[in-house]
Design a protein around this ligand. Structure first.
Ligand SMILES: [Zn+2]
Length: 228
């Protein structure tokens, strides 16, 4: 029980750090998004229209478009090969809308071109679905039964989630890079500047998530080692 409390205290601190960092990066992306939502992009048409142009210029066709509820819920789903865009980004023409829609188009292009970090990430999805729900149970069992072997297995399971978050980083950064590059070649300086600010803020949320899970893993590993 003593060890369990020990794990818990440090773990609580890390959870607190993760929550604080998450809230900070979330409020930053919301601020940047709000700022650039009031600036009209230099393009004719909506975020969806500009994303279509970006796909066409990359020679990618057959990608669907759908509107989803919520704000900043935008994503590309490889299962239906569709950009799911929130109301504002689908039908609005602000710099923020164009930036987000083009970022999602970047994901569709990654899939169409077989960009390797995406393939690794896709392969990890079923693994992570399993390990995410089981690692903490195995970990807890290891603590309660005082079995170091079980704890080590739990850490390996947790490591899969950490790996997934690390592989997500190049995928996200590359999608943003593709969007900014397209806006640089087709749009004007204002589009590019806004896209940089919005998409950098978005990238920070992924960096924060990956960072806290790496810290979490290192902490658990060090606790396991000091116990032995
Ligand atoms: Zn993305």
């Amino acid at each position: 029980m003593y060890y369990y409390m020990g794990y818990d205290m440090g773990y609580m601190l890390i959870a607190l750090l993760a929550t604080a960092l998450g809230a900070l990066t979330q409020s930053y992306i919301q601020r940047m998004y709000a700022k650039w939502s009031t600036v009209d992009a230099s393009f004719d048409g909506t975020g969806a229209d500009v994303a279509k142009r970006m796909l066409r210029s990359a020679g990618v066709d057959g990608v669907g478009f759908a509107r989803i509820d919520g704000t900043l819920t935008d994503h590309y789903d490889p299962r239906d090969n569709t950009l799911h865009l929130s109301q504002d980004n689908c039908f609005g023409g602000s710099v923020a809308s164009v930036a987000v829609a083009c970022h999602e188009a970047g994901h569709a292009i990654q899939h169409a071109q077989g960009y390797s970090p995406v393939q690794i990430r896709t392969a990890l999805v079923p693994v992570v679905n399993l390990t995410q729900s089981t690692w903490s149970l195995v970990f807890l069992a290891g603590i309660l039964l005082q079995m170091t072997g079980l704890i080590q297995i739990a850490l390996i399971l947790f490591g899969a989630s950490v790996l997934f978050q690390l592989v997500t980083l190049p995928v996200e950064l590359d999608a943003s890079h593709r969007a900014v590059e397209f806006l640089q070649s087709q749009g004007q300086a204002i589009d590019q500047q806004g896209a940089r600010e919005v998409l950098t803020a978005a990238a920070l949320t992924y960096v924060a998530a990956a960072l806290t899970s790496v810290i979490q893993l290192l902490y658990l590993m060090s606790r396991t080692r000091s116990r032995r």
